[in-house]
Structure formats: structure tokens, C-alpha cells
Design a protein around this ligand. Structure first.
Ligand SMILES: Nc1nc2c(ncn2[C@@H]2O[C@H](COP(=O)(O)OP(=O)(O)OP(=O)(O)O)[C@@H](O)[C@H]2O)c(=O)[nH]1
Ligand SMILES: [Zn+2]
Length: 227
């Protein structure tokens, strides 16, 4: 695919700055901070009437969304959740993890605040993809923990990349965040990309007997905070 046709495709789906992108890697063509998504609609939910923004990361082709509520133009810190896709937990009611309850708790918290954003990142399985996550689950069924299962498959413990997520956050006009997470890596990644995390809000939801070992492994081997 030529650079020109790639540019057209990305412009149609997401958003790009004007100008010639020829000869540059697609990732270099990210919109400037402050550029809004062109793909926006209302998304009424059980908890609030959100605005839904669509994005496509030109360097990966992955499509992401952000749900926002309220006005960020005053520059005050914004309640923010970066949520990585978990098909099994977010939509199939799996008890193996805490993702579904965390997603719901985040949307409830933002709705209660009346202002905030949730960026839903299509980085399934901590970035290894759905089929590989199922492979990792199969290894966990025979005794491996979540970290060793990834390593047995030849993956890093966590293959996620938050650069495009930070770009989405900046493009929404968020400069300072109150981040809903137990994962210090997300805090560091956002700060590295120029979004100040003025507060980390612990997000404990959905612990159950089936995910006890998974949550313990995240705390013991992946640095997750259990406060
Ligand atoms: N490879 C792999 N991925 C998993 C496993 N269990 C859950 N996941 C993925 O882990 C990710 C969890 O994402 P998040 O809830 O955003 O992040 P987190 O790192 O748990 O940190 P928090 O912000 O505290 O929730 C999702 O992409 C899940 O699909 C597993 O056993 N193996
Ligand atoms: Zn999950």
C-alpha cells in the first residue's frame, strides 16, 4: 500500500493533521495534541450519556475508542481510565480476571463525578492478542501463572504500548489526570508521554475465588498495588 493510499485510509477513519506525510512512518503522522477526533457520536449508557470518540492508530491499524463526559476546557485534572480490551472479562462475564467489574466501576465513577474519560484500548491480552491469550489461559489451566504463561509462549510479561493512548488523552485536551488504576506502569507511561498524573485512584472491583491467584500474581510479579 502506498503512503498516499494509507494516508487516505487513515484520514477517512480517524484523524490526521493536514500536510504531506510522504516518506514518513505512519506513526509520525499522528495528529497534533489538541486535534479532536473526527469520529464522534453520543453513547447513552446505564450510568451516563457519554460522548464516544473513534480512533485508528496508523502505526498498528488498531481501532480504539474514548468515552468522555463533561467539559475539559478549564484545564482542571480529569478522572481518567485507560482500559485494555479483555473480550472474556469485559463482554463474556469471565471470572478469571477483574476486567469487567473494573470497566463498570470506572464508568460508574466517571458518571458520579460528572466529568471524565475512559480510553478503551484494543490491546487484548496485555498486547498479545485474543488467540494468544487463550493459549496463555490453557497453560494456566495446567498450572502456570499469568506471567510464566506469557513467557512460555515467547512473549514479554506485558506487551502493551501506551503511546497512542497518551496521544488520545492529549487530543481530548487532558493535560492532568486522576488515573483509575492499580498498575504503576500506566502512571509511568502516561507521564513519560507528557500527561501528568496528579492522582492515582485505586480500582479494586471484581475479586472472586476464581481470580484470586491471578490478582495475587499481578501484585507479586507485576508490581500492581493492592491498596
Ligand atoms: N496475556 C494475558 N493477558 C491477560 C490475562 N488476564 C487478563 N489479561 C489481559 O490483561 C489486560 C488487563 O487490562 P487492564 O485492566 O487495563 O490493566 P491492568 O494492567 O490489569 O491494570 P489496572 O489499571 O489496575 O486494571 C487485558 O488486556 C486482559 O485481556 C492473562 O492471563 N494473560
Ligand atoms: Zn480480563
Amino acid at each position: 500500500m502506498s503512503t498516499q493510499s494509507s494516508e487516505k485510509k487513515y484520514r477517512a477513519i480517524g484523524h490526521l493533521p493536514d500536510g504531506d506525510t510522504a516518506g514518513r512512518h505512519p506513526a509520525d503522522a499522528l495528529p497534533q495534541a489538541g486535534a479532536p477526533s473526527e469520529v464522534v457520536c453520543r453513547l447513552p449508557t446505564r450510568w451516563a450519556d457519554f460522548t464516544l470518540h473513534g480512533y485508528q492508530d496508523p502505526s498498528t491499524g488498531l481501532e480504539h475508542v474514548a468515552l468522555t463526559l463533561g467539559d475539559f476546557s478549564d484545564g482542571a485534572p480529569v478522572m481518567l481510565r485507560l482500559h485494555s480490551e479483555c473480550l472474556t472479562g469485559d463482554t463474556l462475564f469471565s471470572l478469571r480476571c477483574d476486567c469487567g467489574p473494573q470497566l463498570e466501576a470506572s464508568l460508574r465513577a466517571i458518571a458520579a463525578e460528572g466529568r471524565g474519560a475512559l480510553v478503551y484500548l484494543r490491546q487484548e491480552g496485555r498486547g498479545i492478542g485474543l488467540i494468544n491469550k487463550i493459549r496463555a489461559y490453557a497453560l494456566q489451566d495446567t498450572g502456570a501463572d499469568t506471567v510464566d504463561a506469557n513467557r512460555m509462549l515467547g512473549f514479554e510479561d506485558d506487551a502493551r504500548d501506551y503511546r497512542y493512548a497518551a496521544h488520545i488523552v492529549r487530543s481530548l485536551g487532558i493535560r492532568q489526570a486522576r488515573l483509575l488504576t492499580n498498575n504503576p506502569l500506566k502512571v509511568r507511561a502516561l507521564e513519560h508521554e507528557g500527561v501528568e498524573v496528579v492522582e492515582r485512584i485505586p480500582l479494586h472491583a471484581g475479586a472472586n475465588p476464581m481470580n484470586h491467584r491471578y490478582l495475587a500474581t499481578k501484585a507479586q510479579r507485576m508490581g500492581h498495588i493492592q491498596d
